[in-house]
Design a binder for this molecule. Structure first.
Ligand code: N01
Length: 547
């Protein structure tokens, strides 16, 4: 294919657009884009990656807020594809901090010489599939055009930060920051009065650290949050060496778990109703003491049956009343909804922070924020003043970063039109009408319900094997069939409906973004998903049209 043969639409007003041909264009240089680049290059393909940030790391590049830390254990939240890499890197804590994960991403980029094929500070603005050329024409913020046979969106599930549309934002004279777009140079909070809006994972992690740094902290909470202790600690050498001595087996055992993690922690396989009251409490206490998100895996039915779920809810509610000294504050912090239907948070001293004299909790669930003012914000009954306002208000998850690029498939159909009633994919990897386009960790794949790095590796390997198979068999396009997409959407919905996940307003459902169609976006169950992906490939990519 020659770019020179393309029509006038490729000319910018300033003259000929500079263009490049590659096999694969990849958007994003987080863990997905980095491994996509490495694997394709190893297979002999030319790749161009575009990244809006100044360096690699994706979510760990942008989320630099105080206290940012992973909720999957370090020895699991790391690439498994290269034995030398996993042996040489030394983790220092049970759960890694954002700076350590970012150092790891940089190490990987150096080790595999990735940066030479990544164009930083460059945003992909549009991508259009040309049906004559069977190629994607990708335009970037530097006004360049890149033509690729394949187009991979490796843009992450939680990269499109959202700030609520509250009146008066422009009037605030202090500093505003979003946790997901934290300034690279940091924020000096010493001696400052700080307001934080939002108590999801980001808020819960940031609040204790901010409280210890600043003079005065006001937390504006709309929905109380279930959070369990992380019990983060230094990682001892013996444990690290022991895992490294059998890393392949450890990885394989985790790969077989529903969330692709926690094989050595999830040891129970019974219903909460099958044990005595005493054993139930002991087991929940054991999980609480151990720390981590697998608290919910203490029994098999916590996320399936409301009458089981309520025991776990009650347990955490009791803990809140024990930890928080002021009964009124404790009551405001106590959630009433299903535990786990919003992502369970793990924390370090979150509830304890509300015992500090410099921290105040304001319930904006019953009395919403009315406007942001020059010196703070107002609710109906009170005005609040602070110097720094932190939005820990989350993301347009899973679809936000895909929909913010103008992607046009066959017959001029855009992804925005295609997904106007919610995302629809086949395998969470492909979309009918958008040939040769793949989404890493796309909606309809297990992604955010798993150890993301392991899910990313599975997607990257499936996509690169697919491209190689197409070339070997001399096919120029692959495109999901509409029937396959429909069956897949039904499958994802049916899985979710058997659980308690759809029962509250979570970002899994898009419920945090005004106007977003309510659809449960991730697929439950990693091993079944992997089997299905493998089967599709083994059956010569069933469910796809190949040309
Ligand atoms: O975002 P969220 P997040 N007025 O959407 C509130 C991953 N992550 O950035 O619940 C007042 O969970 C909103 O209130 P409500 C992880 O997967 C992982 O914290 O909608 N409040 C909520 O409290 C996580 O789940 C890690 O009523 C408003 C908060 O803002 C995901 O990212 C760390 C509001 C948003 O919570 C997202 O977490 C960090 C308004 N107008 C993030 N609008 C780890 O690995 C929104 N809110 C540990």
């Amino acid at each position: 294919m020659s770019v020179d043969s393309l029509d006038i639409s490729l000319h910018s007003s300033a003259g000929r657009v500079e263009s490049t041909d590659v096999d694969v264009v990849v958007v994003g240089a987080g863990f997905a884009g980095m491994y996509m680049l490495h694997r394709l290059r190893e297979m002999g393909y030319s790749v161009q990656v575009f990244e809006a940030g100044t360096d690699v790391g994706g979510t760990w590049y942008w989320n630099r807020y105080p206290g940012a830390r992973c909720d999957v254990e370090s020895l699991e939240y790391s690439y498994s594809f290269d034995e030398k890499l996993q042996q040489e890197w030394e983790w220092t804590e049970r759960y890694s901090s954002q700076p350590e994960i970012l150092s790891y991403a940089n190490h990987v980029a150096d080790r595999f010489d990735l940066r030479r094929d990544i164009r930083f500070e460059t945003r992909v603005e549009s991508a259009a599939f040309d049906e004559d050329e069977n190629a994607w024409f990708v335009r970037t913020s530097d006004k360049a055009l890149t033509v690729g046979r394949f187009f991979v969106m490796a843009t992450g599930c939680l990269s499109s930060a959202t700030t609520p549309d509250i009146k008066g934002k422009d009037e605030f004279s202090g500093t505003m920051a979003h946790t997901g777009r934290w300034p690279k140079e940091g924020l000096d909070l010493k001696g400052k009065r700080v307001g934080v809006i939002g108590t999801g994972s980001s808020g819960v992690q940031a609040i204790p650290v901010i409280a210890a740094q600043c003079d005065e902290l006001i937390v504006f909470q709309r929905t109380p949050q279930y959070t369990v202790p992380a019990r983060n600690a230094g990682l001892d050498d013996d444990r690290q060496n022991e895992i490294k001595s059998r890393y392949a087996d450890f990885r394989a055992a985790n790969f077989a778990m529903p969330q692709a993690l926690g094989s050595e922690v999830s040891k129970y396989n019974d219903s909460i109703h099958d044990v005595s009251e005493e054993e139930r409490r002991e087991r929940l206490q054991e999980a609480w003491d151990l720390g981590g998100t697998l608290f919910l895996a203490s029994f098999t039915d916590v996320l399936l049956d409301e009458s089981a779920n309520v025991h776990a809810q009650d347990f955490v509610r009791e803990k809140i009343s024990e930890i928080v000294s002021d009964p009124e504050t404790a009551s405001k912090l106590t959630p009433e909804h299903i535990i786990g239907c919003k992502r369970l948070v793990i924390d370090t001293d979150y509830f304890e922070t509300f015992n500090r004299p410099n921290v105040r909790l304001v319930d904006v669930g019953n009395e919403p924020i009315q406007r942001i003012t020059e010196s703070g914000l107002s609710t109906k009954s009170e005005d609040f003043e602070f110097d720094v306002l932190v939005f820990a208000t989350g993301f347009d998850a899973m679809t936000g970063s895909i929909l913010r690029v103008d992607i046009t498939g066959r017959a001029g159909t855009t992804i925005q039109e295609k997904w106007s009633a919610g995302p629809r994919t086949y395998l969470g990897l492909t979309v009918p009408g958008f040939p040769n386009m793949f989404t890493v960790s796309g909606p309809g794949s297990p992604s955010v319900l798993t150890n993301m790095i392991i899910s990313i590796e599975q997607h990257v390997e499936w996509i690169s094997d697919c491209i190689s198979w197409l070339d070997e068999h001399q096919y120029s396009t692959i495109e999901a069939k509409t029937e396959a997409e429909q069956a897949w959407v039904d499958h994802v919905n049916a899985k979710a409906e058997r659980t308690l996940f759809p029962s509250c307003n979570s970002w899994y459902l898009g419920a945090n973004v005004p106007g977003k169609t309510r659809v449960f976006m991730p697929l439950l169950g990693f091993p079944g998903y992997v089997r299905r992906c493998d089967q599709v490939a083994e059956n010569n990519y069933e469910g796809f049209v190949l040309q």
